[in-house]
Ligand binder design. Sequence first.
Ligand code: SF4
Ligand code: SF4
Length: 388
Amino acid sequence: MARPRFDELYPIKGNYKRFDQRNTAFELHRRKGGVPFSYDSDEERAKRINKKVYGYSLLDYAFKDAAGLYETIPNQKGGMNTGFYSWKPLINRNQNIFERWKGSPEEASRIVSKVAKYFGALDVGFCELDERWVYSHSSDWREIVFEDVEEGYVTNKKAVIPRSHRWVVAMTVPMELKENSFAPTVLDITSNMGYSRMHILAGQVAEFIRGIGYHAIPMGNDTALSVPIAIQAGLGHAGRHGRLITWKQGPLVRICKIFTDLPLKISPQASQGIIEFCEVCKKCAKHCPSKAIPFGPRTWEGKCKANNPGALKWYSDEEACFDYWNRVGSGCAICFRVCSFTKPKGLTHSMVKWFIRNIPRLNRLWVWMDEHLGYGKMGNPEEYWKEE
Ligand code: SF4
Ligand code: SF4
């Protein structure tokens, strides 16, 4: 049976406007005069370390900082056109020596996929660039526009994406089940580690594409929304908690992407079943400490200014979520930990996923079993550093 098209599963209103990255919960908080990561100031860290709170020890902070190295050190910062996310070639010795590589879109997709997996991608998918997901403005107030130029560039006022960059490489990198089980503490280092991994991965794959004679704009969370692009590239579906859920690794992934003029073969959509499962599950909504995740059906309307209305989906109250981060003193990620798709690998869970894809009327049984078998409980950070 043919899989439904993206617009059938995720209808978008005709008057949908591109999201302005200045309206993310982080940026709204900053504009109100707040410091986005004030909970992570030196004073707050010292307070927690001195109180000897498990999950907030010196070891935990050092571990998390080191994991996120590529996201935080100067000149590698994970924003638009910084570090390995450079819009210009970083090496590219071949450009003036050889003719560009020639091959079919099928071959190009296969080769880029192979290279990306070698560099650490968990999954790779390809789609056409859909301008609706590109931010109207970056968080640092640059307007993002499309022009007939050969190579993308960024000035203080604008970021220019060439119209020839019609294809997207979307890639996931893994987050680990064990370390994510310590959410919401500093010891859940998986987001930071993911940001470092995707920074290096996107930069290396972009450099490879440039090395065969094409152009590439690599990015992490900057420049465009990751979740709809990943769905269009066939990597998974959007869950109730607003994260991408993949069949392979549930929500425990981070996403990076590359815009390019290298013609690529478009990937098929991921198998259906995730949205239908989320309709009956609601576990993340029950466990969300800030009540940010909705219990009801998907809607067209957002809940707060940090949402972008006009797409049929579950909207989380991103501002309430971010307030909780400031209260708990760490990124939260409880919704990743408790998600019914966050499971160890194994035959039993693969079989359940088969049933979710093929016999959705059994979904309530899996929801009931998940709850009663106690999946998604928080790990004990005190034990972590004692284990071999
Ligand atoms: S990160 Fe935490 S507070 Fe935010 S939506 Fe997920 S569970 Fe709720
Ligand atoms: S916890 Fe359940 S409802 Fe929430 S995203 Fe995961 S599967 Fe969907």
